[in-house]
Structure formats: C-alpha cells, structure tokens
Design a protein around this ligand. Structure first.
Ligand code: PLP
Length: 396
C-alpha cells in the first residue's frame, strides 16, 4: 500500500481563510443581496500599473515574433530582471551579486520550497501571530515547530532569547498580521543571535514597500552580518499588484554556508532541478516595476491603500480602540472589545455592521482576542466600513 505523507494528518482542520469563506457564504445565503464590506482580504483591489501593463503587452508581442520569441527561461531568473532587482537593492545601500537574486513565482511558493534546503530534522521557530503558511509548510514536512508568542507589551516584536533556539527562524517585517516592523537594533539582535547559534533566518519582506519611516530597514541585508545567516523572500504581490500575475524573488548570499555546504549553490541546484523558470512575459512585467516610472506608479497605488489605512485608523482612534500597524504596513491589528474572542468579534462585525475582517486566532493562539483589518479593500467600501466602526456600537 502506498503510504501518503502522514504529516498532512497533523494539519489543523480548517484553514483560516476557508473558514471565513464558509461563514461569509452562509451569511450571504441567509441575507441575499446584502453588501459586505470586505476588510479581511489579503488580496489587492487595484489593477496593475500602466508601466507593467505596457511591458506585458510588448512581451506578448515578442512571443509572436520568431526572432524575439523566448522559450524556456533560465531557471533562476532572466538576467534582465535579476539585474533590475539587484540595482533596486543598491538604492537601499545593499550590494548584491546578480546571481544572489533568484526570481520566483511568488513568496508562498518559496516559503514552502525553500525548506528543501534544510535537514528533515531541523526545527523551525515561528514568531506568532504569524502568516499561517509558515506553520503549515513545516507541519507538512514533519518538522518540529517552536511557537514563540508575542504580545502588546513587546510590540509583537520579541527579542531573541538563548533559551529558545531553532535551526530555521521565520521573521516577517512589516508583519502580517500585526503590522509591526523591526527597527534596526531589534533586527540586529536577531542577526547576531542567528550567527551565534548557526541558525538561518528566513526573512519575509513581502510588505517592505509599505515602510515609510526612513529609519526602518526594508531588507535584512541592510544589517551587518546578515549575509552569513539570512535568506530574504520578497514578492511583487502587494508591492505591485501581482497577486494574480505571480512574481517574487529570493535573495541568498553566497556567504551563507552551513556544515560546509553553500545554501546558495544548493538553491541553484534545486531550482535547476525542480523548475523551468518563470514565464518570460511575467518577468518583463516585473522588470517594469523597477524602472523609475514603474516605481512612481506602484507608489501611487500604495498611497491609495495608505489612505484606506488612515481612514480606518481615524475610525479606531475615534472610538478609542487599541490597535497597532497601519502606518508602515497594510494591516491594522486591534484588540477585541470586552474580552471577546476573535471569532466572536468576527461574527459580531459580520452580523451587525456587515464588515468582514480576520480573526486574530487564525494566526496563532496568542492572536486570540485580536482582529486584523486589511487596507487593500476598495476605498469606497473602506470609508463605509470605517463609518460603521466609528459609530462605536460594535465596541460597546
Ligand atoms: N508572506 C506574507 C507575510 C504574506 O502575507 C503573503 C500573502 O499574503 C505572502 C508571503 C505570499 O505572497 P505571494 O502572493 O507572493 O505568494
């Protein structure tokens, strides 16, 4: 009898977003035609910017022309895109070799696939509340998971502690779901800790483009010592609206070695074995993001989401609710009123003001009692949702 990967049986029953979808479907069936204000989505609502669309069209035309046609692409990424990304890092003061940049189909794919680099018995540290894929990818691989809870008091950004060690450490900044962002000093502590213990940090920078405070690091490679202990995983999904177009990139420095093995070279071997590269057309669209025009246009879109954040923050300020995030991140993380559980608060918002958010408990048990609002919704709905929240009835 073929034995399946039995670790799948250890996954938690219901994935957060599936349970939300089920609750919404049930509500819509009972209340046909009632409009819902969706502040729960992690998906973007604005279309791709003009510079990207033009590059995509042009690349499609290349595919119709025998001399400009592209077949298989280099597995680790097209040189034109790897160079554009490396140049983008230079603008942050980070110098990378072009071949340290790996083009991917998105951060989710990489967050799962990258585990191939580590021994099956490696442990993984997940700082919670966290993006659920970190835990689930490790459960599927049967790895030991060290859950590190965080709280309001530490700003949801814990310091490393020698009592808690793991081979692989997930750090996400700006954080989904809390919106918390590591400052240089606190992030440096983690880099030093990882170098001291031989751990590898998987730094998820999917939301770096939302950072507006100048002193905050966008990349872990802005910090001293990160090249010997970190892998950075990035995405164009939220930065540039590529959630459905699919494109990301991963940086693995050549100095990152463990037990005499180069993780960079291992990843080259992995990609050349397990992928045939990302589509030429999509990579051309991605390269347009890193042009001056593309940067200007994606930041226009990001500023729309930031206005949504402002509107929601004003509403929460008005009713005096504790929250964090929203300023350097596209999520607001608020404390549920009256000690309500996060699913109870979800039901209250859905039933009483038709606003849909995301229960904090879905991001780890320490998220219980908190609630995430996303700023990616359409601005009209966000204004209406904010008014309904500001009315205060759901917080009394
Ligand atoms: N990392 C974090 C923290 C996310 O919130 C998300 C998506 O919501 C991803 C990664 C996945 O990004 P992608 O669309 O590139 O797979």
């Amino acid at each position: 009898m073929t034995r399946p990967n039995m670790h799948y049986a250890d996954l938690r029953d219901s994935y957060l977003f599936r349970r939300i979808a089920q609750k919404i479907a049930a509500y819509e069936e009972d209340h046909p035609g009632v409009h819902l204000y969706r502040m729960g989505i992690g998906d973007v609502s604005l279309p791709l910017c003009d510079a990207v669309i033009r590059a995509l069209h042009k690349a499609v035309d290349d595919q119709a022309n025998a001399t400009r046609f592209h077949g298989y692409m280099p597995e680790c990424g097209a040189p034109f895109l790897r160079e554009a990304i490396a140049a983008h890092y230079v603008s942050r003061g980070v110098s990378l070799d072009v071949d340290e940049v790996f083009v991917s189909s998105g951060a989710s794919d990489e967050l799962g696939d990258i585990l191939d680099l580590f021994d099956a018995r490696s442990s993984a540290m997940v700082i919670e509340p966290a993006y659920p894929a970190y835990v689930d990818a490790n459960v599927m691989a049967g790895r030991a998971i060290i859950h590190v809870p965080t709280c309001e008091e530490d700003g949801f950004l814990p310091r490393p502690s020698d009592d808690l060690q793991a081979n692989v450490i997930y750090l996400c900044s700006p954080n989904n779901p809390t919106g918390a962002v590591f400052g240089r000093k606190r992030l440096q502590d983690w880099v030093d800790f990882a170098n001291r213990h031989g751990s590898v940090i998987l730094f998820d920078a999917a939301y770096e483009a939302f950072i507006e405070d100048e002193e905050l690091p966008h990349s872990i490679f802005e910090l001293e010592g990160a090249r010997t202990c970190a892998i950075e995983i990035c995405s164009l999904s939220k930065t540039a609206g590529f959630t459905g177009t699919r494109l990301g990139y991963t940086v693995i420095p050549t100095e990152l070695r463990r037990c005499g093995m180069s993780l960079h070279d291992m990843w080259v071997r992995n990609r050349t074995t397990k992928t045939n590269g990302v589509s030429y057309v999509i990579q051309r669209g991605g390269a347009a993001v890193f042009t001056p025009e593309g940067q200007r246009q994606i930041h226009q879109n990001i500023s729309v989401y930031k206005r949504n954040a402002r509107v929601l923050m004003d509403a929460l300020d008005k009713v005096g609710v504790w929250y964090c995030g929203g300023r350097n991140a596209p999520y607001l993380w608020l404390r549920c009123p009256d000690g309500l559980g996060s699913w109870e608060f979800f039901d209250r918002l859905l039933n009483e003001i038709q606003v849909v958010g995301t229960p904090g408990e879905g991001f780890g048990s320490c998220g219980e009692g908190y609630f995430r609002l996303s700023t990616f919704g359409n601005p009209h709905d966000t204004i209406e949702a904010a008014q309904r929240l500001a009315d205060g009835s759901v917080f009394r």
